[in-house]
Design a protein around this ligand. Sequence first.
Ligand code: HSE
Length: 436
Amino acid sequence: MEPVKVGLLGLGTVGSGVVRVLARNADEIQRRAGRGIRIVRASARDLTRERDCDLGGITLTSQPYEVVDDPEVQIVLELIGGTGLARELVMRAIDNGKHVVTANKALIALHGNEIFARASAQGVTVAFEAAVGGGIPIIKAIREALSGNTIEWLAGIINGTGNFILTEMRDKGRDFEDVLSEAQSLGYAEADPTFDVEGVDAAHKLTILASIAFGIPLQFDRVYTEGITRITREDVGNAAELGYRIKHLGIARRQPEGIELRVHPTLIPERRLLANVDGVMNAVLVRGDAVGPTLYYGPGAGAEPTASAVVADLVDVARDLTVDPNNRVPHLAFQPDALADLPVLPIEEAISAYYLHLRAADRPGVLADITRILGERGISIEAVLQPQPAEEAEDASIVILTAPVRESHMNDAIEAIQRMDAITMPLTKIRVESLK
Ligand code: HSE
């Protein structure tokens, strides 16, 4: 059988990784797909740049439209990233009747609804396994392997750069900027690394996971997003003393009134498997009503781990070429006309426990006033820690762990605490999840 012909957009870190993996594992891939998969044409902005792969047999161009308009190309592989040119090229490829494989989480999170509608109308597939969790087959697991379940919640470490930074800061006491530069040089970080450290990249990925888990449209603009830039070494140390680790999590949870969608630093008990996912590794914990908790772990970024997911999509699409479009796995796991209009809840309605860190004048009655404010609002205290102050310190550091409470009640309590004369610094609030 003739090999499937692929047009590649982008020859960066992941693009070169895909070329290498397709060449190295050509025989295994052919045995699985029933035919070869061959890149026939590729575009890159700068054709003079050295690439870390053998481009023999591939027609190169600096004009990406030549790839999507090439009549020979059956699958367009989009690896240029961003949501401008990438969106135009993907739409054009679909209009040309080509299938698409992409690793572009921003594109799917922001424009997926429109892209999938157009693809369904054209009878083509858009595959995006590499968009979430790098090499972890998390899309396939939720979309296909858990399809007998009602998904209750999921929580994941879904940004490798952020996890790498938090791990190095905790284990080696390194500075934030220094670790970020290393993540960039290793090819983990986004073109704009603020996407990693401010949680935008994780919010893109959570948008996609929530959609396939709950059968709701993609709603990136409804995700509550907080990054890791305000986490201090003091908070990391306090968390450790209380038996917790701080991880940057994306959480999607079904509540009776709607769906919680949130990305933020989170204290999790140190004995949980997720608390021990370090470095660039990602992990997603998914709880289904039938199966219970399931955990998916693996490298969340990097050339060949991401290529692993991309090539699996190419194999899937190669097999799908002869399948009636109506019998293919739906893009968002649920049939397009069966997506639910469950509301995404505002963050004020989320329910979580809290870590509060405050500095207050060191005098009798201050802790009593704080606990009274919490008690009056029905907020139960789980633990209190008063780290030994530095000799010269005039105020005291107080750390409180609360039981789960609605966020609006906690915000109300925090406002009242902040108004106390004794409070000397803005209070730090970090959510706590038991992940039971
Ligand atoms: N910048 C992303 C990360 C790459 O660090 O996880 C993979 O999506």
